[in-house]
Design a protein around this ligand. Sequence first.
Ligand code: GLP
Length: 261
Amino acid sequence: MEIIIVANEEEVGRVAADKVIEGLAGKATPVIGLATGSSPLSLYAELSRRAKAGEVDFTHALGFALDEYVGIDPAHPESYRNVINRTVTEPLGMAPERVRVPDGSAEDVQAAAEEYDAAIDAVGGVDVQVLGIGSNGHIGFNEPFSPFSSRTRVEILTPQTREDNARFFNSIDEVPTHCVTQGLGTIMDSHAAVMVIIGEGKADAAAAMIEGPVSASMPASVLQFHPNCTVVLDEAAASKLKHADLFRTRAAIREQYSHLA
Ligand code: GLP
């Protein structure tokens, strides 16, 4: 894992945008994996700014979102279909039909999930997967004890995640109990992964994921096995890292000798 600690959320957006663009460069049809949540918003805003300035072009890219609630009305403003439209598809100038979100309202959600996984494979896999992390260490909606080899599937949300996400609904009772999410195995197949972590509330999860053991109780820790994963975090999110100085030193050397590694 490459760990980059920066001053604030805006800087997270800029540095992560560089990594995303680097990972998509040179692909005829770049494939970007998309996360919802507040963490990647500065990244998407920066990508949008660069697209509007003509520095990058996403019109020929394809997008695959990580997850969706099961049973949510697709027209609900907090359905991930709508969140992705608002925060990614429109700002990046992508045609809606080029951005897929798992179908949480399909008649057979599990069959739709399997088709979704196959559709990612059919386009050659995800070139760059954008990731956030839940306070309990989930990525996508892969809650603790999700199998490391899991593929896109229907899952049950933990009470913690439903509580965390209740802020987007009128009450916790409105938060769906189920979701459909790309699996940890699906995410691990991405050619590159860029995780963004912001704020003190994520400091424990960040430390456990980066420095702790790889464990099913901390799903994001599986990324320690990813061959090309960058984690960009702000000072607050990095505040519980024991090896922050080492990460800073390595990042500085990497930048100074960028032609070497
Ligand atoms: C949600 C999403 C995740 C996201 C996480 C963190 O439950 N399914 O993909 O990374 O929560 O969200 P936030 O960045 O808002 O803290």
